[in-house]
Design a protein around this ligand. Structure first.
Ligand code: BGC
Length: 387
């Protein structure tokens, strides 16, 4: 059985390599028939030769989005719907071109994770104009009523979990706290920060933590709830732009200007795994940093290994399979002329977007094996030093 699976896998890989025509994979379409999503009825055969569902993801430069592509590919393997996945490589103009190319191929549903939530409004509007149903995936598209649905994780809960982890690891008062955030062009960066701030702020107010790297955060530290503008000020200072190098450069600059007493046993709010690894490496290299607790999210393989090795403290596991299935089920429901189920709504600044939301799981050394390996999410052979 195992052998058969391996053979099938190799065969599938060979087919997808041929489909790529040996060109650079960036923005190269991945097109495949897919597995019928669990809770949908028989697939409708596409006879037009066109594409039914277009999927646009933000970049191949972060493992998070490769994870999503992989899980889409797995989930779509056996359906008869025609699907094409395009990557925007962190460029809103490229993203719009991708959407236009998919519209020209006749898509009925667009699943899009925007590079920049506000800039993507134009792409969503172009799709909507052609009668395409627009599903924002993971990141909300803002400032437009052209978004029909939103499938997402509970991003405020992600931030809360990160903040709470730091709180649970801290003892005494005056613990140095370094704050980092995602890209201001990503609505999620605000939700993560909002969640983290909601739990950290009381612990800053009572002296458990002392913010060391943001004068804007210090100026606002007595406010339990921040407005979007106030968060913008802090994020403006401590953004990583979701970029590993920017995260590293910022961390280096902060450590260079910090005094010895601002170091010691430090606590770091890092917004995701990619930036967490850069920031952790930078703090680990500073001789005045005795120990650090650092957060993350995405359960990227590299960070899972960091957690096993004790180099990253935690991650927030967002089971991409669930998000992918929700998005596909939504798309299939729409293709069948029905209305997808939603569980709530998100204000995108122009309208309330109906949303389906998924919960998240905190992972650290104590449960990494159970949550990510024993659960079948990753094979044990991808890691070393697992007990
Ligand atoms: C996603 C995270 C991801 C980050 C950077 C966010 O919108 O929710 O999972 O790490 O973008 O790509």
């Amino acid at each position: 059985m195992k052998k058969l699976l391996v053979t099938l896998l190799i065969l599938a890989m060979a087919v997808s390599i041929v489909a790529c025509g040996g060109k650079t994979p960036t923005n190269e379409p991945t097109q495949q028939p897919s597995e019928q999503p669990s809770n949908s009825a028989e697939p409708t055969q596409n006879t037009s030769g066109g594409i039914d569902i277009g999927i646009v993801l933000p970049t191949k430069d972060e493992p998070r989005w490769i994870q999503d592509e992989t899980r889409f590919t797995e989930a779509l393997r056996q359906t008869d719907y025609k699907v094409e996945v395009l990557f925007s490589q962190g460029d809103s103009a490229k993203e719009k071109q991708n959407v236009e190319a998919l519209i020209a191929k006749g898509i009925k549903v667009l699943i899009i994770c925007p590079h920049d939530g506000a800039a993507a409004a134009a792409a969503a509007e172009a799709a909507k104009k052609e009668g395409v149903t627009v599903i924002a995936y993971d990141r909300l598209i803002t400032g437009t009523d052209a978004v029909d649905y939103y499938v997402t994780f509970d991003s405020v809960a992600v931030g809360k979990a990160q903040g709470q982890y730091l709180i649970d690891k801290a003892t005494g008062k005056g613990n140095p706290l370094y704050l980092y955030a995602g890209a201001a062009s990503d609505n999620n960066a605000f939700l993560f920060f909002e969640g983290a701030w909601s739990v950290l702020q009381p612990k800053i107010a009572d002296g458990t933590f002392v913010i060391k790297n943001s004068s804007e955060a210090v100026a606002l530290q007595d406010k339990a709830t921040l407005t979007r503008d106030e968060m913008s000020k802090i994020i403006g200072q401590v953004t990583t732009n979701w970029d590993f190098n920017e995260a590293k450069n910022k961390a280096e600059a902060h450590l260079t200007s910090a005094k010895k007493e601002d170091k010691g046993n430090v606590f770091i709010l890092a917004p995701n795994d990619g930036t967490a690894r850069s920031i952790a490496d930078t703090f680990a290299a500073d001789k005045d940093v005795t120990s650090y607790v650092v957060t993350g999210q995405d359960a990227e393989k590299a960070s899972v290994q960091y957690i096993i090795d004790g180099k990253q403290s935690m991650t927030v596991f967002k089971d991409v399979r669930t998000l992918v299935n929700d998005a596909i089920n939504m798309a299939v429901t729409v293709l069948k002329g029905n209305t997808p189920e939603t569980t709530g709504s998100y204000d995108n600044g122009a309208t309330q977007v109906k949303a389906k939301q998924t919960e998240v799981i905190v992972v650290d050394q104590s449960n990494v094996k159970a949550a990510l390996i024993d659960s079948g999410y990753y094979p044990a052979s991808d890691f070393t030093g697992l007990n």
